[in-house]
Design a protein around this ligand. Structure first.
Ligand SMILES: [Zn+2]
Length: 350
């Protein structure tokens, strides 16, 4: 028996690539830089001993905006997401229908699979996050209902293509779940988000849903968060209503992990696995494998062993220009997760 362990997705881009993307340095061969970044990332990932890897999202603009790349029916002034340290990230707004993705995640998956023999996991953005690009004052000739029909179809297609391409898992990033309770403490928006995403998940068979997962966290950008002050207790019961097999939950950086574990135990359903975050991605200190082991043992006291997995609290660099963590630190932390999970496994299964 073994405890499954999976990464979330993103790895910091190499500094030369970031300089070229942000315009700090001119590169005549951006595609060459991208190819090298993917290849280097896969090699480093393999060295960590990780049984499942990702492409590190080296060529995504961000975890949320990749489907919008290349679209011409967008304007800049969409919803702003404020982080605790004062910086913000802004979504674009749709200006005309119909809504189609400019880019699908399967592209990243296929490129990575060509370069590694290990199973590759693919992250996709949630339908609920992209639902925010429809303007509140509407679009003439393209109703919100028409937009939602297009959006659900596109999100389903994004996931289905990855399954057909042989993704080990397809993980929907749902970072706006916890944030929604900050914007609407009544929980109405959260419930609407869960409903939207279930409308996508319900298009898949029970078997396929076991290959699908959801990642939640309080945000992780420039070492800052957008909703860490929202209590997990208000969020988790709704979360486990999502019809997927795997939940990738930020936990290492929670001030009271046991309280959260008790809520997980209460709401986790029999066919669901909780991958708990044992690596704090916002903290530059590298966890030892013993620290990770102890975090797993702590979780195992509350969560049935056959429903327990480990992960990192979040991706290491969800936006392409984030330099708050080095690649070396990210891979060292991943290695600690793999080794610490093994140590816990030896204790729990001995
Ligand atoms: Zn995250």
């Amino acid at each position: 028996m073994s405890i499954p362990t999976e990464p979330i997705g993103s790895i910091p881009r190499p500094s030369g690539l970031i300089a070229a993307i942000t315009g700090q340095a001119y590169s005549a061969d951006l595609n060459g830089l991208y190819d090298k970044a993917i290849n280097d990332t896969l090699r480093e990932f393999e060295k960590t001993g990780s049984p499942v890897i990702t492409d590190g999202e080296q060529t995504k603009s961000s975890f949320a905006t990749y489907p919008l790349e290349g679209l011409t029916n967008l304007s800049a002034e969409g919803m702003k997401i404020e982080f605790a340290d004062g910086h913000s990230r802004q979504l674009p707004l749709l200006t005309a229908g119909p809504f189609k993705y400019g880019n699908y995640a399967v592209k990243y998956l296929a490129a990575a699979q060509k370069l590694t023999k290990l199973p590759v996991k693919q992250a996709v953005i949630s339908a609920s996050a992209l639902s925010l690009i429809y303007p509140s004052n509407g679009i003439p000739g393209y109703t919100q209902a028409e937009f939602m029909t297009d959006l659900l179809n596109e999100c389903e297609k994004d996931i289905r293509q990855c399954l057909q391409q042989g993704a080990y898992k397809v993980q929907m990033d749902f970072t706006e779940g916890r944030l929604s309770l900050k914007l609407d403490p009544s929980g109405g928006v959260l419930k609407a988000f869960v409903d939207i995403n279930n409308q996508v998940f319900n298009r898949f068979t029970t078997e396929e849903q076991q290959k699908l997962g959801v990642h939640v966290c309080p945000g992780g950008d420039h070492d800052s968060t957008h909703s860490a002050d929202i209590d997990y207790a208000d969020f988790l019961p709704q979360l486990f209503e999502l019809n997927v097999g795997s939940f990738y939950l930020q936990l290492a950086s929670e001030p009271d992990r046991v309280k959260v574990l008790k809520i997980i135990r209460q709401h986790l359903k029999p066919n669901q696995t909780a991958f708990i975050g044992v690596i704090d991605v916002l903290n530059p200190d590298i966890e030892t494998s013993e620290i990770v082991r102890d975090r797993v043992l702590e979780a195992a006291a509350y969560i049935p062993l056959n429903q327990l997995g480990t992960t990192d609290d979040c991706g290491f660099s969800p936006f392409c220009d984030d330099v708050s963590t080095t690649r070396e630190t990210a891979f060292a932390k991943i290695k600690a997760r793999i080794e610490g999970t093994k140590l816990a496994e030896e204790k729990l299964y001995s």
